[in-house]
Design a protein around this ligand. Structure first.
Ligand SMILES: *Cc1c(COP(=O)(O)O)cnc(C)c1O
Length: 409
């Protein structure tokens, strides 16, 4: 995408005007990507452009824009430098990616990724541990348009071959899985898909491209809820899909037809969050593991489902493929009903109770995967509790959990 917006582009040593092809480490990319002078005008961050109409000086300029709608400013829905800066930065974090499209939420991004590759008569293989609204989109919307979805065990690995049908168009992955954290053998699944001409999409929200660069593991479309770690402060909703070259034109065209775009203020908040993603994730990693290890030794805890611990299904794939863990994991209790859990969760002072995660703050959420699954069974002696470990002091969080667990019968 060209983005000449009329700034005199002095060669930019201040910013992300990369004038060489030298590879940059992720922490450097996070600071520099999406900061070309053409986007920022020479200020550190790009301005927040609130735009619908873009004005053309002459008929020749208008006709040039019509002939090259991606070459610069055209109309608000096609983006402004605020949007392109975020696109470029997210693309830079996925080696091998051709481009990124932005959406008003993660759910919208998952829907757009699926719609970019399926048509009537196709079959989708969806991981059984996927985020529930992604499931609902397949079971209701895709079904209405003649696309069938079946579900597979997240740990299936090479046995997925047996589930592939002549009309299977896409294998959808989420690793680790929502609520239960199974880590998938992504390279095996993408290699099988590629050999059969099947597209792969991954929901990469948990790890982000920093801890799991998915395109280099063979995935075609990498979907993220930016609402979580990229925004990072629980104050905006946004989604993204980053595409390998093979599917970039389809994704771009499909997203444009759907009228998808992101507001400039959300884009600016996502850019602000992105600049500190690596330092925040490192703290989430350390804090999360410290709390998870403490829970492992608690007598009222049955099992801790944290990808970096051996008790998590698919832990070996985590060890092989991931650069780190974020702050979201779950644990099961030894016994008790949902109502029995109330004294524990209601007493917590450092954990808010609510949906979403990825912000700076800790959260607790009792969850019920057995209501959602169809291809696999969820069995545990007690309730499943999901924690998001934020940036607070880990010992304060542990003390809070300790007093809460003491209230359980
Ligand atoms: C939250 C979430 C989404 C959806 O993102 P929104 O921005 O809330 O629409 C998708 N996938 C996963 C794994 C999520 O946790």
């Amino acid at each position: 995408m060209g983005q000449s917006v009329g700034y005199a582009g002095r060669h930019g040593r201040v910013s992300g005007d990369f004038n060489d092809d030298k590879p940059r480490a992720p922490a450097t990319l996070i600071a520099q990507a999406g900061r070309r002078r053409a986007l920022t005008g020479g200020i550190v961050n790009p301005p927040v452009y609130r735009a619908s109409t873009c004005l053309f000086d002459t008929l020749a300029d208008l006709d040039h824009a019509i002939a090259h709608p991606d070459a610069g400013l055209y109309y608000g829905r096609r983006g402004t430098p605020t949007i392109w800066a975020l696109d470029e930065a997210l693309t830079a974090l996925e080696p091998g990616a051709a481009g990124t499209k932005l959406y008003p939420s993660g759910v919208a991004a998952a829907a757009a990724a699926l719609l970019a590759v399926v048509q009537a008569g196709d079959h989708v293989l969806m991981v059984d541990s996927t985020y529930e609204p992604t499931r609902t989109f397949c079971d209701r919307t895709l079904k209405r348009f003649g696309v069938e979805t079946s579900y597979y065990d997240p740990l299936i690995g090479a046995d997925i071959e047996a589930l592939i049908r002549p009309n299977t168009r896409v294998i959808f992955l989420e690793s680790p899985g929502s609520l239960t954290f199974e880590v998938q053998d992504v390279p095996t699944l993408t290699a099988i898909a590629k050999a059969r001409g099947i597209f792969t999409i991954i929901d990469n929200t948990w790890a982000t491209s920093l801890y799991f660069p998915a395109i280099s593991h063979g995935v075609d479309l990498v979907m993220q809820s930016l609402t979580k770690y990229v925004v990072g402060h629980s104050d905006a909703m946004a989604g993204a899909v980053t595409a390998a070259p093979s599917v970039w034109e389809r994704l771009k065209s499909q997203s444009y037809q759907l009228g998808q775009c992101l507001g400039p203020d959300e884009a600016a908040l996502a850019l602000r969050g992105l600049r500190t993603l690596d330092v925040r994730l490192a703290r989430h990693h350390d804090n999360g593991l410290k709390v998870a290890r403490w829970l492992e030794n608690h007598p009222k805890v049955d099992r801790v489902l944290h990808p970096a611990l051996p008790s998590c299904p698919g832990h070996a794939y985590f060890q092989r493929d991931f650069k780190g863990a974020s702050g979201l994991f779950a644990f099961t209790l030894q016994q008790g009903s949902r109502a029995d859990m109330a004294p524990f969760v209601d007493s917590l002072r450092h954990f808010g109770m609510g949906f979403s995660w990825g912000g700076f703050e800790s959260l607790v959420l009792p969850v019920e995967p057995h209501r959602i699954r169809t291809a696999t069974r969820w069995d545990a002696p007690g309730q499943l509790i999901r924690l998001h470990i934020g940036l607070e002091d880990a010992d304060d969080l542990i003390a809070d959990l300790d007093q809460g667990l003491a209230r359980l019968g």
